[in-house]
Design a binder for this molecule. Structure first.
Ligand SMILES: [Zn+2]
Length: 452
């Protein structure tokens, strides 16, 4: 990923080494708040104190805090960007606050906060909202809040079968405009061109300056926004981010659709802190996992492939070539066929039971707080109910306590909303930490469906 100036871009705060403080060369292109893309010289790095839940999605990684950290000193411009990110993050996660509250919660001085707020006001990213209602004695403080529609984000969802879906969204995930078009079997470079055209169309529909473009794609995505492998789109090493960035002159972020969806749910959908798994039921079954605030990728980047766990060795043949995978029971076309061929209620209950049986070891092992199902509402609700019961019966009481299986709160827009979060995190220095449910209502009437 590259930002507008062509720098490696992303999320992680990165203190420069004390030894380089006096060194004016080679550091100016490494502002704090930007993560390292491959090829960038390794420097002491530190986790960003929870600033960037999206770090994993943008393929950021870091080592544990270096002992050198105590000797680090931020360059002035870098620290300013970092402090600005802290303010934006706080306002996004907690809503409006006074300058004094911002100073207290971020640890910055009042003077610094006032200067930064003045800059943000001038840019139109924040606004003054007057005094809080329950103002104390004395001069009431003026609240400052994010301007949700200061800028907009273009999000593209490639997870829908043979369709390109996209939207323009506000900074808080509300859909402003939508566009969708059939893919009509296009693959390879033709599919890339179709995505580029859709993104350009959406940028044209925006009513505010566009902060960036987020793309959620099936398949494995490399660190630089290259889609390494997405068979359905015929992409094997497709430089999607570069192509879009060249065409649109905007920052572009590309990530796997299941990862994007689970982060959307985690950030905007009220996901619990205690670990979250999101299963997307469509033509196949994909899942994303968030644990400890990070998306799990696994040994070979295939975390979440629960759809191809065999639940019945003598079952139907699966697309993967084996028999009786979970997918052969709960993938939407398969389940609908079973419901049509026999008793619908029995078929649903059987699918829910098998889903719960497959989930239980995962829930028991990771002590997940919740599993969220995304898919057709008529299927998801009964599946969730049965699966939750089976899981609770099969794990220790301590794991069952408070565990829930629920439909997604974001409807069909989870992927688009998650892609918006990608852009926010990358461009505003990792805004997406807190959850502001009232700000983050999903878009209204969904025009897309999640049938792969
Ligand atoms: Zn399979």
């Amino acid at each position: 990923m590259r930002d507008r100036e062509g720098r490696a871009c992303g999320l992680v705060t990165r203190p420069t080494l004390a030894a380089s403080d006096a060194d004016s060369g080679g550091r100016a292109d490494a502002p704090v708040g930007l993560h390292d893309c491959p090829g960038v010289t390794q420097v002491a790095r530190t986790p960003c104190h929870g600033i960037c839940k999206y770090a994993e999605l943008t393929n950021v990684s870091w080592s544990s805090p270096s002992p050198l950290r105590s000797r680090t000193k931020l360059r002035r411009a870098d620290s300013r960007r970092h402090h600005r990110s802290m303010l934006l993050q706080h306002l996004f996660g907690h809503g409006p606050a006074s300058r004094a509250d911002l100073a207290r919660s971020t640890g910055l001085t009042r003077v610094t906060v006032s200067e930064l707020v003045a800059d943000l006001l001038a840019e139109g990213l924040v606004e003054e909202l007057g005094a809080p209602q329950e103002s104390r004695v004395g001069k009431p403080p003026t609240l400052v809040g994010l301007v949700a529609d200061a800028k907009q984000v273009v999000a593209v969802d490639l997870s829908v079968d043979d369709q390109l879906a996209g939207a323009v969204l506000t900074l808080t995930g509300q859909v402003v405009a939508r566009s969708a078009r059939p893919l009509e079997g296009r693959r390879g470079d033709d599919a890339v061109a179709a995505v580029r055209d859709l993104a350009a169309d959406l940028v044209g529909r925006s009513t505010r300056p566009v902060l960036g473009v987020g793309v959620a794609t099936p398949g494995i995505v490399g660190r630089d926004g290259v889609v390494l492998d997405a068979p359905n789109l015929g992409w094997h090493g497709a430089a999607l981010a570069d192509v879009l960035q060249d065409a649109l002159d905007l920052a572009v972020y590309v990530a796997n659709d299941a990862d994007t969806a689970v982060m959307g749910e985690y950030t905007f959908g009220g996901g619990a802190e205690g670990g979250l798994m999101l299963l997307r039921l469509s033509t196949g079954v994909g899942a994303g996992l968030v644990l400890g605030g990070n998306v799990l990728h696994g040994h070979r980047g295939a975390a979440g492939e629960i759809g191809h766990v065999v639940v019945d060795p003598d079952g139907d043949e699966c697309a993967c070539g084996r028999r009786g995978c979970l997918e052969t029971y709960v993938a939407v076309p398969r389940l609908r066929r079973r419901m049509a061929e026999g008793d619908a209620g029995t078929a649903l209950a059987d699918a829910g039971h098998r889903l719960g049986a497959a989930l239980a070891p995962v829930v028991g092992t990771l002590n997940l707080g919740e599993v969220v199902l995304s898919g057709p509402a008529d299927l998801v609700a009964p599946l969730a109910e049965v699966a939750a019961t089976v899981v609770r019966d099969r794990v220790m009481p301590v794991s069952a306590e408070g565990f829930v299986v629920r439909p997604t709160a974001l409807g069909d827009d989870g992927v688009l909303v998650g892609a918006t979060g990608l852009v926010l995190a990358g461009e505003l220095g990792g805004l997406v930490t807190g959850r502001h449910a009232e700000q983050a209502a999903p878009g209204g009437s969904a025009s897309t469906s999640k049938t792969r």
